[in-house]
Design a protein around this ligand. Structure first.
Ligand code: FE
Ligand code: CA
Length: 500
C-alpha cells in the first residue's frame, strides 16, 4: 500500500481530533528499528499510554488496535515509499514488529507510526548493502549492561549523537532485580518474575528519553544476556535461588522473560518465542565488508562448572560441556566457512579470552567455564582459515581489549583473533580511572582495561577496523560528554590489536 501521502496521514489525524477527544499518547515507549537486510528492516513500537500499570498491559484495552506505519526517504515524509497497517494485539501487549519490505539496499530511511489519533516520533534507519556488494565503510557501536538503577542513560544519548550505521546491544538491556536503596533511579516493584512484571520493567526502561533517542537514530541488532532473565542463569539451570522456584516455575519464568524481550525489541518475527524457547542466534551481512554472527550463549549452555563463581575447576575442561549448544556451534562454524565478508564479527555476551590466574582460578560464568567449547570454535575458525575473526563481548562492566591465542597457557602461541569488550552503559555506576590490566602479568594477551562507563565504536573498512573505547567520566549525574579513551587498529590479515 503506497497510497497514504503525508497530507492524508496528518489531515486524517486532525479530522479525528475534531470529532472526539483523543486517548492519551500511546507512543510513550518510543519506536525502534532493527535486524536490517538489503531489502527490509523491522520497525517496532508498543502502544502503552500508561506503561507502569501493574498488569503489564500499558493502559490499553483488551482489544486489538490498528497501527499505521510509513517509510520515507526524508524526515519530512514528503515522499512515502511504503506504508501499511498492522494490528497491535492485546496478547502481545500491543507491541508490533513490522517487516518493511521492498526497500533499496544501502539506503537511509525514516519511519513513523500512527494509532489512536496520535503520530509517533520519527526514526531513522538503514538497509544493509546488497549481499554481494563490496559494502561501504561502516560505523558500528556496541554496548551492553544498562542498569537503570546505576545511572543516567547519557551514554545512550551520546550513541544517538554518533549518527552510526548500526548499533549492537549485547545484553542486560534490563535488570530483573527488586528496587534497592540509595540508587540513582530505583526499579519499580519487586524482582520481576511474571510476564506482567517483565512487561512493566521494560515499560520503565523504555520511558527513558536517552534510550529512546538511541533507538530512533539507527537500526539495532540485539542479543540478551543473563539479567534480561535472571543473574547468571545457564540454560535450564539457575545460579540464583532467591526466590525459590520449582524447575517448572523457573522454565515458565524464563519463557516470560524471553517473550517480554521479543515484545520490546526490534527483532524479526522469526525470533518470536515458540513454547519456552526463542531463536536468537542469527547472521547479518554488511555486503562483503563484514558478517555479524550474533550468538546466544545463555539459552543452550551447560550448567555452570563447579557450581559457578571464580574457581579452579577441572570440570570446566570437560569436552561434553558447551556454551552454545551443538546446533548453534555447527551453525557458527558453517557461517565462518562461508568467507563472505572481510571481517567475521561474533556478537556475544561473556568474556571470551582465557583469563586464569596463576592458580588456575577463572570465571565459571565466562568462556573459561566452557574451555572445550572455546577450543572447538577457535580451532574451527583456524581450520577454516577465517581471515579476520573479531569477538565482541559485554557482561563484565569494564572495557577490555584482548588478543585471542591458540593456547592461552603459552604466550608465544599464535594470535588467532581479537576480542573487544564494551564496558557497561551504566552498571557499576561512575567507575574509576584505573587502567592497569588485571592479571596481565600471567595473561599478557590481555592488553587494555578501563573501569569507566561507555560503549565501543568500530569504524570498519576493507583494510582496517578501528576500535575506539568511548567513555563517560560519570553517570550518576546526567550530561557527561563521551571521549575516546584509547583506539586500536585491527588490520586485515594480521590478527590481534595494533597501535592506532
Ligand atoms: Fe550486566
Ligand atoms: Ca550479564
Amino acid at each position: 500500500m503506497n497510497s497514504i501521502s503525508r497530507r492524508t496521514f496528518v489531515l486524517g489525524t486532525a479530522a479525528a481530533a475534531l470529532v472526539r477527544p483523543r486517548p492519551a499518547d500511546p507512543f510513550r515507549l518510543g519506536i525502534a528499528s532493527g535486524d536490517p537486510a538489503p531489502d527490509s528492516v523491522v520497525l517496532w513500537t508498543r502502544l502503552a499510554p500508561s506503561p507502569l500499570d501493574a498488569d503489564g498491559q500499558g493502559g490499553m484495552p483488551d482489544a486489538d488496535v490498528p497501527v499505521d506505519w510509513q517509510i520515507a526517504t526524508t524526515p519530512t515524509f514528503r515522499k512515502v515509499v511504503t506504508s501499511g497497517t498492522v494490528q497491535a494485539r492485546y496478547a502481545d501487549a500491543h507491541s508490533v514488529h513490522v517487516v518493511a519490505n521492498g526497500l533499496r539496499p544501502d539506503a537511509e530511511y525514516f519511519y513513523r507510526f500512527r494509532a489512536r489519533g496520535h503520530i509517533s516520533p520519527t526514526g531513522r534507519t538503514l538497509t544493509t548493502p546488497a549481499f554481494d556488494a563490496p559494502g561501504r565503510d561502516l560505523t558500528m557501536l556496541f554496548a551492553c549492561c544498562s542498569n537503570l538503577e546505576s545511572g543516567w542513560f547519557t551514554a545512550y544519548r551520546r550513541m544517538a549523537e554518533e549518527h552510526a550505521d548500526l548499533i549492537l546491544h549485547l545484553g542486560d538491556y534490563i535488570y530483573e532485580g527488586a528496587a534497592r536503596p540509595y540508587v540513582v533511579r530505583p526499579h519499580l516493584g519487586p524482582e520481576v518474575l511474571t510476564l506482567p512484571d517483565y512487561r512493566r520493567r521494560y515499560g520503565q526502561y523504555k520511558l527513558d528519553p536517552d534510550l529512546q533517542a538511541a533507538h530512533a537514530g539507527a537500526p539495532w541488532v540485539v542479543v540478551p544476556d543473563d539479567h534480561d532473565v535472571e543473574d547468571d542463569y545457564a540454560g535450564t539451570f539457575r545460579f540464583d535461588d532467591v526466590p525459590r522456584l520449582t524447575p517448572a516455575q523457573w522454565v515458565t519464568r524464563r519463557a516470560a522473560a524471553y517473550r517480554a524481550y521479543y515484545e520490546h525489541l526490534p527483532l524479526r518475527p522469526s525470533s518470536s518465542p515458540i513454547g519456552n524457547s526463542i531463536q536468537l542466534y542469527r547472521r547479518l551481512y554488511w555486503g562483503r565488508l563484514a558478517t555479524f554472527h550474533m550468538l546466544d550463549t545463555r539459552q543452550f549452555r551447560s550448567r555452570l562448572a563447579c557450581n559457578g563463581g571464580w574457581k579452579a575447576c577441572a570440570e570446566a575442561d570437560l569436552p561434553a560441556r558447551t556454551i552454545t549448544g551443538a546446533a548453534q556451534e555447527a551453525w557458527l562454524l558453517d557461517g565462518l566457512a562461508q568467507h563472505h565478508g572481510t571481517w567475521d564479527i561474533l556478537g556475544q555476551q561473556v568474556f571470551f579470552a582465557g583469563r586464569l590466574d596463576p592458580t588456575g582460578v577463572g570465571n565459571m560464568d565466562s568462556w573459561d567455564g566452557y574451555r572445550a567449547s572455546r577450543a572447538r570454535i577457535q580451532q574451527g575458525w583456524q581450520d577454516r582459515h577465517v581471515r579476520n575473526p573479531v569477538v565482541l563481548t559485554g557482561d563484565i562492566h569494564q572495557a577490555w581489549a584482548n588478543d585471542l591465542k591458540a593456547d592461552y597457557r603459552d604466550e608465544h602461541s599464535p594470535t588467532v583473533g581479537t576480542e573487544l569488550i564494551c564496558t557497561s552503559l551504566t552498571s557499576g555506576g561512575d567507575g574509576t580511572g584505573d587502567t592497569e590490566v588485571p592479571g596481565q602479568a600471567t595473561n599478557p594477551h590481555l592488553r587494555f582495561f578501563s573501569n569507566l562507563r561507555g560503549y565501543g565504536r568500530a569504524r570498519i573498512t576493507p583494510t582496517q577496523l578501528t576500535a575506539d573505547f568511548r567513555a563517560l567520566d560519570y553517570v550518576k549525574l546526567p550530561g557527561a560528554p563521551a571521549t575516546t579513551l584509547r583506539s586500536f587498529a585491527l588490520r586485515d590479515g594480521h590478527p590481534g590489536l595494533h597501535p592506532f
